[in-house]
Write a protein that binds this ligand. Structure first.
Ligand code: 2HG
Ligand code: ZN
Length: 463
């Protein structure tokens, strides 16, 4: 690291000894995220206060040392990877939660608070921060906001950015921004809260947030179906939209995904008749769901279905969906694509995807948030293919996929972000003018390009 001894002596003045890691084995867990892209940070700092974050960033700015901010490191695009000897500023020790404000339905939390702990904290007041993710046991609020995470209830509640009133964030030169604190209405010019959310730690480091809450939905049930094909899946979605309930989640996965979860994690589907695809629907009941379900089961749209009433039954169904990423990781090398398009185009899009992958040396695991028009395509290396052939075919498929998305008015990243993995493809989702503005905004916040360098903004324009 450039200016290493100056950095170490400065950092020792700011932090307690247990908050500064320099040994490679201590730093290793903070080097990467769920992409497992290789990283090698020069040091890791674990601040406990916003003032410490500000002093560390100022020190790094003065010494021109690049910084990678991180939290729970559950990202899937490499946004938290420190691969060039950067200093990692990890917020995981900033976990404070203030009491829930029931009247304004808000809660102020520090960036390192784990999503699930925020849920549990708010549940005591009968309220919910409505972002629910498969990674909720490890993902942290700062990471959720900096990536504008989505999750399984976007169909009902939207993405993370909708559930934030105020932010505290620190710029690379050590300025602490108090943005909007807790007012719902503030029409005084540009909205820096929303600009920083989703910027993947390239503009400022989020240290605290005031989150908006909703009442915990009542009478929640989980329905689980098997369906023969994609047209039936779409039909089921259309019928569900007219059902006597509010749809909280409409998730799908292929038989291959279920097989992987059953084999690798020993979880079992309780449906007696399997099929090509499965649908997990979470609903908030508003009428006679039993009648609606009996009618559906008599039709030819679904092969089988069940209504999980008890919370154990519901957890068992969710465990199938939430175990997919882990079981695929245990299957072999995988490339992940997290894309989106208007839900009305899902059928033809997925049809083309299946067609173009047919003769490639790729095993496709298809799942995700059908109701949001947001499928996850996981491409796994078949046992009988060489790594080289598989990689070659993935590259061919990727190009085709991104063109298909562009033609369908879709996005190359629905909810995981850009990070390192998608930055060279941004022209498929953003115009030249938008990208020029992105660069200008980055320069305004971080003129020396020291904050999360090499993330989001790419150099190459393949489109
Ligand atoms: C999910 O929906 C996550 O479970 C992870 O976004 C998706 O592993 C993936 O591709
Ligand atoms: Zn997802």
């Amino acid at each position: 690291m450039k200016n290493e001894s100056l950095f170490l002596s400065g950092a020792k003045e700011i932090l307690s000894p247990d908050s500064l890691l320099t040994e490679p084995e201590e730093c290793a867990p903070f080097a990467s995220d769920w992409t497992r892209l290789p990283g090698n940070p020069s040091a890791v700092v674990l601040p406990k206060t916003t003032a410490q974050v500000a002093s560390i960033l100022k020190l790094c700015q003065n010494l021109k040392i690049p910084v990678v901010p991180s939290g729970g490191r559950t990202g899937l695009c490499g946004g938290a990877v420190a691969s060039k000897g950067e200093v990692v500023v990890n917020l995981s020790r900033m976990t404070q939660l203030t009491p829930v404000n029931v009247a304004s339905r808000t809660v102020r939390v520090q960036a390192g608070a784990v999503t699930q702990s925020v849920h549990e904290h708010c549940a005591k007041a009968g309220l919910l921060w409505p972002i629910d993710l498969a990674a909720k046991g490890s993902s942290e609020i700062g990471g959720n906001l900096s990536t504008n995470a989505g999750g399984v209830r976007v169909i009902r509640y939207g993405m993370s950015r909708r559930w934030v009133v105020g932010l505290q964030a620190v710029t690379m030169n050590g300025e602490i921004l108090e943005l909007n604190e807790a007012v719902e209405k503030n029409n005084t010019g540009y909205d820096l809260v929303q600009l920083i959310i989703g910027s993947e730690g390239t503009l400022a480091v989020i240290t605290e947030a005031t989150l908006k809450l909703v009442p915990i939905p009542k009478n929640v049930s989980v329905l689980f179906f098997s369906v023969d094909d994609l047209p039936s899946l779409l039909k089921l979605f259309e019928i569900a939209r007219k059902g006597p309930f509010e749809v909280l989640a409409f998730e799908f996965f292929s038989a291959k995904c279920l097989q992987a979860v059953e084999e690798k994690l020993h979880r079992r589907s309780r449906l007696s008749r399997g099929a090509e695809y499965y649908v997990l629907m979470e609903i908030e009941e508003q009428g006679r769901v039993d009648d609606w379900l009996s009618q559906l089961l008599e039709s030819t749209i679904v092969q089988d279905g069940l209504l999980a009433h008890s919370s154990q039954e519901q957890r068992d169904v969710w465990a199938l969906r939430e175990g997919i990423t882990e079981s695929i990781a245990l299957t072999g090398p995988v490339r992940k694509y997290d894309v989106s398009l208007p839900v009305t185009r899902m059928l033809s899009f997925l049809g083309e995807v299946l067609e173009s992958i047919r003769n490639l040396r790729i095993e496709l695991f298809l799942f995700g948030h059908f109701g949001d028009g947001s499928p996850h395509l996981n491409l796994v290396k078949p046992a009988n293919a060489s790594l080289e052939d598989y990689e070659k075919d993935c590259d061919r498929f990727e190009e085709k996929l991104f063109h298909l998305l562009k033609e369908n008015g879709g996005s190359i990243s629905a909810e995981h972000g850009v990070g390192i993995l998608r930055k060279n493809w941004l022209t498929f989702s953003r115009s030249k003018t938008e990208l020029a503005l992105y660069h200008a905004i980055k320069k305004a916040f971080d003129p020396d390009g020291l904050l999360n360098p090499g993330k989001v903004l790419g150099q190459r324009s393949p489109g």
